[in-house]
Design a protein around this ligand. Structure first.
Ligand code: ADP
Length: 879
């Protein structure tokens, strides 16, 4: 048993399941033992050693005033940090854990993005979810049917911390996926999720009727209760800012599963970068709250036509009013993050500067209102409703109250006074007047004394040990009057005090303390008043963010010539001269048309590799998505039938780069689409069945096409390298073919990037092999083989000893048949192990091996993943 301070540290550590404990020891927070080493390493702190009962323990500390940034840095790296504060007791002091700061409950985050804490509970008929952003007080609940639904929401909210309910702790598959995202998993006490207890917690927070009026299901209530209880337990004191319970997933939104959000690169690219995402491209917001809202809209497009029309109307009006837009932006530039402020006021961490900023931001609302009212095109648009939606009167009153209370440039702390304006509180003013008068008395003291005593070098000062004193130069000490009492002798001077000075000293200390104490109390009162208006701050913050996002859409539309899409409830999607919103930023983009309607719902897209098939299909999905967010779109004209979901599945090759390509994943995604899509959905399939052998692949792609066409009826774009599928258009009514044109002359392929009706005549794989740097002899021989196959449907294996083997390509079966094979069924591929031709050396053994392997390789029979691997192997061999 370790005693002393280190012993206390260990016993406090027992009380918490946080990874780290910071324990206050006077003016420092200290970490000991393993914690000290970890923290020193993470934060580059110095380690010292603390001896305790004959042992020595590593120790690392940070000054009390610096705790927040250090803890923030640790928590942002995924650690949970418990904080034990020291407090005075009758016989000395004691310590207890007052807070646990965790990734999902961190208030002082350095990141402007939303920061969610999630709770997930499972039951017999699905899952309940709760998502809370303690920095803004947002609180959402949902119920979903299966684990995929959970993952979809987890992907969208991207929580920093997840609390699985008691049953979820054994759901290894789910836990694995959560951990895979680098999210902190916390096992909060199981009782908090129990139905009765959770319901009680939720009702205490939101009022008795909240769950009933929203029709929130039991599982969602359990999740919500668990999350609220956890927030309370961590002691951040932020519950008061969580004022509104919102339910998601009631059919208002477009279904967008995690895979689709990733494939469409909505908030980050497939490689995890922000730059190059849709969000990054269209973001011209001026505030962090605006950016958060933009991200929310992009990942949650809606089907509510009225909402969309109102947004479009505002964007249109803003696009036309360039001057007003500039002024709006300037106004927003000065806005402070009100949603976050509401949380800080509730948790008691807001300073006078925060409240000053809140006042200024609240008053921006009326600036915006005036601006909108004065611009005729805006005044008549839906934007006017956005700025007048919050309770503007109360907002103005609160802004005026705060403005009248707090000085223009308040200090960063609330314990040193100088917070309030003169006239805010009579008692405070009196106290200040008294304080100031004593201060003046002291300030005038040296002159008074000089005059009275004739001493020329006399000053008044104060320090910690001597208190207030008068200091007289050595040469004049003879002249000090009798009532001066000697305090201290220095080298060149002496210090004195007088009974009067001592009395004033007591007075000034008393006044100073009372003044600071009183200001702090008044401030806390004011802060509580602001916390009581958390819902108002959130609604003003939300309105400002909305204006910011709408203005951002307008700016982007003007700069990039985006147009307002026409929305309708039908199924047609008609895009004229459409572009890809992200690719057009960096490329001279060739616009393309797209038309899908009730007669033509399913398009098979063919064309050479790299010709632009993926881009074309994603462009269709992104234009639909942007239209359902309320934005303008990159097209000359777009007629968008509102969809209930967008589903995508991208090819094995793209995913290979991510290192997560397996045929199983591909089929799971396909299965999800076939189960979930409806006739109102948009489905994008970028290669299906590539991860398996040709016949399996074609069969699956064929059957999936039939199913989507006959049973689901979803609008579908399907890019495939199986040319066989293009014949489906002849058999299925609503299937059409388009291809992306390329020009081939003198063996060079030029991509035209233009989409034309009808299937492509062939693929250009050899050309791509050339581009990829496959050695010339190989490329030339491939071109040769291809040519022969096209013309003669036959090819002879080169360089083999003995009988040359003639192989004929049978179009019907898609296989090579050996002409020497009498049975007609033995494909060369099956025989190749046994029939290895011996190679006559012309280029050296290595090259010959590669050549022979290459000529034997059946492209149709080899999954592309393996193809790539083999090409790489050959390249290595040739080097
Ligand atoms: P595929 O899916 O056919 O292999 P991609 O869609 O990946 O081809 O496009 C290949 C390249 O062509 C990309 O770098 C893309 O930026 C460019 N590209 C595609 N479509 C266009 C277009 N319409 N105009 C200009 N460049 C395009």
């Amino acid at each position: 048993m370790v005693g002393g301070i280190v012993g206390e540290f260990f016993s406090l550590k027992e009380e918490t399941d946080a990874e780290l404990l910071a324990m206050q020891c006077g003016d420092f927070y200290e970490f000991f033992a393993d914690d000290a080493e970890l923290v020193a390493e993470e934060l580059d702190l110095n380690i010292s050693h603390k001896s305790s009962h004959g042992s020595s323990y590593p120790m690392a500390g940070v000054p009390v005033a610096d705790l927040t940034p250090y803890v923030t840095a640790l928590v942002e790296r995924g650690y949970r940090v418990a904080i034990a504060d020291q407090y005075e007791t009758a016989d000395g002091h004691a310590r207890e854990i007052t807070r646990v700061v965790t990734p999902g409950t961190l208030l002082e985050t350095s990141d402007a993005d939303a920061q969610y804490l999630a709770a997930v509970v499972s039951g017999t008929d699905g899952y309940g979810l709760a998502f809370v952003d303690v920095t803004t007080g947002r609180f959402y609940v949902a119920e979903v049917a299966d684990a995929d639904g959970v993952l979809t929401e987890l992907y969208r909210f991207n929580p920093a911390e997840v609390l699985p309910g008691p049953e979820g702790r054994t759901d290894e598959l789910l836990l694995e996926r959560i951990r895979g995202e680098g999210t902190t998993l916390t096992l909060h006490t199981a009782e908090a999720f129990a139905p009765g207890r959770a319901r009680y917690t939720v009702q205490t927070q939101f009022g008795d009727g909240a769950t009933d009026s929203l029709g929130v299901g039991d599982l969602a209530v359990q999740a919500a209760g668990g999350a609220l209880s956890y927030i309370e337990e961590t002691g951040s004191g932020v519950l008061a800012s969580i004022t509104r319970l919102q339910q998601i997933g009631d059919g208002e939104y477009v279904e967008l599963d995690g895979t689709t959000q990733r494939n469409l690169e909505l908030t980050e690219t497939m490689s995890g970068e922000r730059t190059g995402s849709l969000l990054d491209t269209v973001d011209h917001t001026a505030t962090s709250a605006g950016r958060r809202l933009l991200a929310e809209w992009l990942t949650r497009p809606t089907r509510e036509q009225n909402t969309l029309k109102r947004r479009q109307e505002s964007v249109g009006a803003l696009a036309e009013a360039a001057m007003a837009r500039d002024r709006l932006r300037e106004t927003l530039d000065g806005a402070y993050d009100l949603e976050r402020l509401a949380s800080r006021a509730a948790s008691g961490s807001a300073t006078a500067r925060d409240l000053r900023a809140a006042a200024e931001t609240l008053s921006l609302l009326s600036t915006l209102e005036t601006l909108v009212a004065e611009t005729p095109s805006l005044a008549d648009s839906a934007l006017a409703d956005v700025v007048s939606r919050p309770d503007t009167e109360t907002a103005a009153t609160l802004a005026a109250t705060l403005d009248a209370a707090i000085v223009e440039e308040p200090p960063g702390t609330i314990t040193q006074g100088d917070i309030f304006r003169n006239g805010y509180d009579d008692e405070l003013d009196e106290l200040i007047a008294e304080h100031e008068s004593v201060k003046r008395w002291l300030a005038d003291l040296p002159d008074r004394e000089k005059r009275r005593t004739g001493i020329t070098h006399l000053s008044v000062d104060r320090n910690k040990t001597d208190g207030y004193y008068m200091q007289v130069g050595k040469s004049e000490v003879e002249n000090v009057p009798d009532e001066y009492q000697h305090v201290k002798t220095l080298k060149n001077s002496k210090r004195y005090t007088t009974p009067e000075l001592e009395a004033k000293e007591r007075e000034i200390l008393r006044l100073e303390e009372r003044r600071h104490e009183f200001e702090r109390e008044l401030f806390e009162e004011l802060r509580d008043e602001v916390a009581g208006h958390a819902a108002l701050l959130q609604s003003v913050g939300r309105a400002l963010a909305e204006v910011d996002v709408l203005a951002s859409f307008a700016t982007h539309a003007v700069r990039n010539d985006w147009r307002r899409p026409e929305l309708h409830e039908g199924c047609a999607l008609d895009i004229q001269a459409g572009r890809h919103p992200v690719v057009e930023q960096t490329t001279a983009f060739v616009p393309n048309d797209l038309r899908l309607d009730s007669e033509r719902r399913f398009l098979i897209v063919t064309g050479p590799n790299m010709s632009g098939k993926s881009t074309y299909m994603r462009q269709a999905a992104l234009i639909t998505l942007l239209a359902q967010v309320g934005s303008f779109v990159p097209a000359e004209r777009a007629h968008v039938g509102l969809v209930d979901g967008i589903y995508t599945r991208v090819g094995a090759l793209d995913e290979l780069a991510q290192g997560r390509s397996t045929f199983m994943v591909e089929m799971q995604e396909l299965s999800n689409i076939l189960h979930s899509a409806t006739e109102d959905s948009l489905v994008i399939l970028d290669e299906v069945g590539r991860g398996t052998a040709t016949y399996d692949g074609i069969s699956i792609a064929w059957a999936a096409t039939e199913y989507l066409h006959n049973s689901v009826g979803a609008k579908t774009l399907f890019a495939t390298h199986y040319h066989e599928l293009t014949t489906l258009a002849d058999h299925l009514d609503r299937v059409g073919n388009v291809h992306i044109a390329a020009d081939e002359s003198d063996g060079d392929v030029t991509f035209l990037r233009t989409v034309r009706d009808g299937p492509t005549d062939r693929s250009y794989g050899v050309h791509v092999a050339d581009l990829a740097g496959v050695p010339d002899p190989v490329v030339e021989r491939s071109a040769d083989v291809l040519e022969k196959l096209r013309e003669e449907k036959a090819i002879e294996a080169r360089g083999g000893g003995g009988e040359p083997v003639q192989a004929v390509f049978d179009l019907g079966s898609g296989q090579f048949q050996s002409t020497n094979d009498e049975s007609e069924t033995g494909a060369i591929n099956d025989e190749r192990e046994r029939d290895q031709p011996t190679v006559e050396s012309k280029y050296g053994a290595g090259v010959e091996t590669v050549l022979s392997e290459l000529s034997e390789l059946d492209i149709n029979e080899t999954p592309p993943v393996e193809l790539l691997a083999r090409v790489q192997e050959w390249q290595r061999e040739l080097e």
